[in-house]
Design a protein around this ligand. Structure first.
Ligand code: ADP
Ligand code: TYD
Length: 207
């Protein structure tokens, strides 16, 4: 049940950052660290591995074309499914499992506000913001040039949002959103244009 207060509840940890900021790398390192501390940890990401998430991935790979509002709505539907579905995030937290999620609603606010009013994107999420706030959000802040270099070394096709102009706007949106929510949410901004080990040390120190 949402907003449960059970004391064995797992911690809900969210990573955010523009594409190539190092989220997947640091998610795995934090999971390893928390596992060493004796916690049961589950790693997940959005778009989720579920049916709606797979449909979204086709849009990101440009195999399907969605309007901006359709894509924003698909991400919301995917998120609800990811949270409330069977074996979803909420059930795991209730079972005492620490859940680390690579991207969450902050991504929607920052990416979909590129072409839609940010207030609309936030408003369709209000129920999720109220019922399922992350316990901590770790924002890996990196300059766009560095992230583009990292994306380039991946050797894969670039996805929908992976270009300089877009990622610059997305980063600005993130900073705006985090300022807006700074009083109500635990948000940690970590400088991410450093070595993997330096970033890892700062993140581990939060737990
Ligand atoms: P994201 O999940 O945010 O897209 P990744 O963790 O997949 O980012 O990292 C993108 C690329 O950059 C990968 O090739 C990864 O090995 C590399 N990388 C991650 N962190 C760093 C770092 N601190 N310094 C240099 N390269 C990094
Ligand atoms: P992914 O490959 O997971 O990102 P990364 O390159 O950071 O590892 O791709 C997810 C893409 O989807 C990324 O460009 C951000 C975008 N996105 C949205 O537009 N809205 C959302 O709500 C989420 C969660 C992601």
């Amino acid at each position: 049940m949402p907003n449960s207060t059970s004391d064995h509840r797992g911690q809900f940890i969210v990573f955010e950052g523009i594409d190539g900021s190092g989220k997947s790398t640091q998610v795995q390192l934090l999971a390893d660290y928390l596992t060493l501390l004796g916690k049961k940890v589950f790693i997940t990401r959005e778009p989720s591995p579920g049916n709606i998430g797979q449909l979204i991935r086709k849009g990101l790979r440009k195999e399907l074309v969605f309007t901006e509002a359709t894509l924003a709505a698909l991400f919301l539907a995917d998120r609800i499914d990811h949270l409330e579905g069977q074996d979803g995030i909420w059930q795991m937290l209730e079972e005492g499992i620490t859940v680390i999620c690579d991207r969450y609603f902050w991504s929607s606010f920052s990416y979909h506000a590129l072409g839609l009013p940010m207030e609309w994107v936030i408003s369709i999420h209000q129920r999720i913001i109220d019922l399922y706030p992350p316990d901590i959000t770790i924002f890996l802040d990196i300059d766009v040039e560095t992230s583009m270099k990292r994306i380039g070394t991946r050797g894969e096709e670039t996805e929908l949002f992976e270009n300089r102009t877009t990622l610059t706007k997305v980063r600005n949106n993130y900073l705006k959103v985090f300022e807006k929510y700074a009083d109500d949410h635990h948000i940690e901004v970590i400088k991410a244009d450093r070595t993997v080990d330096e970033i890892k040390a700062d993140i581990s120190a939060l737990f």
